[in-house]
Design a protein around this ligand. Structure first.
Ligand code: NAD
Length: 506
């Protein structure tokens, strides 16, 4: 047995042990510091690797959501009054616990989502980093600015907004939820989390970890369920002050409507159809590595994936030939195998959606190239796919496919590259590959997207703003941007003396 297959076997053994607990009773909610088994309705949670049942999950309804919101509402005054230094210690303990349970989190996440273990190990560590980053900033979160003005002195301070809803998608659920929950807790907000119904398991681990770390009961609550029911009730609840949502653009619109009646503050991280622009003067070896990584890692189920390759016509054929060679060698298989680079898509329904674009590409007149590697017999696997000869007005170049599928469009010069790149309803990320520094900066300024990487794949720096233009989102995460969302800014104006007050009726 090779070292790799031994590790694979070990992963499988450990994963089944970790999963046993979820097979005993339907996955409960977590309200006021306790597992909550109320409700009779359940749905199956499916293993994407073979479509067998992993566990059953209880479905939250309006009454259960209400209990969770009441718990968050009642816990808010004490949690917000706790000194930031204490919140800092608690959140660092949460990070320690995430690290110590890192293997368990990664293995469960890998089975539940179909994401290869090689990426999930890093995602668990990133989750701990998210907690540490915002824990360190908790003591200063309330700080404001001083604005002296003649006879008055103005100063600002920030206060946590109140109980918030956090609604997350299925692609990398644990890491993404910490990216929202850590700053909310650091700011002094209390939370009700509604994870995605297709990959709910690690949210329960996070709820347990937070309680063990010392987050008081009621501060971090979890309601499982489907979006249209549990999610809807949460977004409509009058005691929820803000909604942090990560998911599809169309769901974002829906949530905005649901929250309108109660004037919710919203923060949306939505879909993308992100261009990666490769010029003939780029370092083509590095560009090819980045293009491959940004569309075929995480099963292509990644909001910042570079799903539209815009390549200069002069190098188009050679560059595409490189990619064709590389996709043949992508290792497809069981996500728990340490060698696997591409696992199964999350769900059969999603597989059908991604597959439908392969049919569509042919209909639209593009050329479809897929690696001929034999796919596993069961599960939601799809071969890494390239659509070449595409035009930007085709649906395959405009719609988010959210799978390991790259649409290639060629361009002649910089102006045309920019025009094609911006001709999209989305605006999350843009990637530029060129050795011409001034051109790199020019494009960075011209691209209508929230995040631009020049000569780089997506490398995240936690203080930097994360978010999108257009249909890709509203608001920014990261650093102080997160606190601005979870907190209200208050201005205090104090008279410094006896300034003249206008007299009426004297
Ligand atoms: P989705 O919009 O279908 O679901 C996301 C969450 O919203 C789930 O928890 C779901 O149950 C809930 N939901 C659905 N309808 C709801 C409603 N009416 N009210 C309240 N909640 C509701 O998204 P998905 O399919 O789970 O995830 C994939 C999408 O997420 C892609 O579009 C991807 O680009 C996006 N995404 C964006 C980012 C980012 O940072 N911009 C990151 C990851 C994923």
């Amino acid at each position: 047995m090779t070292e790799r297959s031994e590790e694979h076997k070990r992963n499988q053994g450990k994963a089944s042990k970790y999963l046993e607990r979820f097979q005993q009773t339907p996955l409960p909610h977590f309200i006021n510091g306790k597992s909550d088994h109320s409700g009779d309705n359940t749905i199956e949670n499916i293993n994407p690797t073979d479509n067998s049942q992993l566990n059953l999950m209880l479905l939250g309804d309006t009454a259960i959501v209400d209990r969770a919101v009441v718990a968050a509402h009642e816990a808010f005054p004490k949690w917000q009054a706790m000194p930031g230094t204490e919140r800092k210690h608690i959140l660092h303990r949460a990070a320690d616990l995430i690290e110590s349970r890192g293997e368990e989190i990664a293995l469960i996440e890998s089975v539940d989502t179909g994401q290869p273990i090689r990426f999930m190990k890093k995602a668990a560590l990133r989750a701990a980093e998210n907690f540490r980053f915002f824990a360190d900033r908790a003591p200063d979160a309330r700080d404001g600015v001083s604005l002296p003005a003649g006879h008055h002195f103005n100063y600002t301070l920030r206060q946590p907004i109140g109980p918030v809803a956090i609604i997350t998608p299925w692609n990398t659920p644990f890491m993404l939820s910490t990216w929202k929950i850590a700053p909310a807790l650091a700011a002094g907000c209390t939370v009700v989390h509604k994870p995605a119904e297709w990959s709910p398991l690690t949210a329960t681990l996070l709820a347990e970890i937070l309680l063990e770390a010392g987050v008081p009961p009621g501060v971090a609550n979890l309601v499982n369920g489907i979006g249209e029911e549990a999610g809807r009730s949460l977004t409509e609840h009058s005691d929820i002050k803000a909604i942090a949502f990560v998911g599809e653009s169309s769901t974002g619109s829906q949530i905005m409507r649901q929250g309108a009646e109660t004037l919710k503050r919203v923060h949306f991280e939505l879909g993308g159809k992100n261009p990666v622009i490769v010029f003939e003067d780029a370092d083509l070896d590095r560009a090819a590595d980045a293009v491959m990584f940004m569309i075929y890692s995480l099963n292509g189920e990644r909001c910042t994936s570079s799903s539209r390759l815009l390549v200069q016509r002069s190098i188009h054929d050679a560059f595409v030939a490189r990619l064709r060679e590389r996709i043949k060698r992508i290792k497809i298989g069981d996500p728990l195998d340490p060698a696997t680079e591409l696992g199964p898509l999350i769900h059969q329904t999603h597989w059908e959606k991604v597959q439908s674009y392969v049919t569509l590409a042919k209909k639209e007149g593009a050329k479809v190239q897929q690696s001929s590697t034999k796919l596993p017999n069961e599960g939601n696997f799809i071969a890494p796919t390239l659509f070449t000869g595409a035009r930007n007005n085709m649906r395959i170049a405009r719609e988010e496919i959210f799978g390991p599928v790259l649409t290639v469009v060629s361009f002649d010069d910089e102006d045309q590259a920019l025009q094609i790149a911006n001709d999209t309803p989305y605006g999350l990320a843009g990637y530029v590959w060129t050795s011409n520094v001034t051109r790199g900066h020019r494009l960075a300024q011209g691209l209508d997207a929230g995040m631009i990487w020049v000569n780089s794949e997506n490398v995240r720096h936690l203080p930097a703003p994360f978010g999108g233009f257009k249909a890709s989102g509203i608001g920014r995460d990261g650093g102080d941007y997160s606190f601005d969302f979870y907190m209200e800014t208050k201005n205090v104006c104090v008279a410094l003396g006896n300034h003249a007050i206008p007299k009426l009726g004297s």
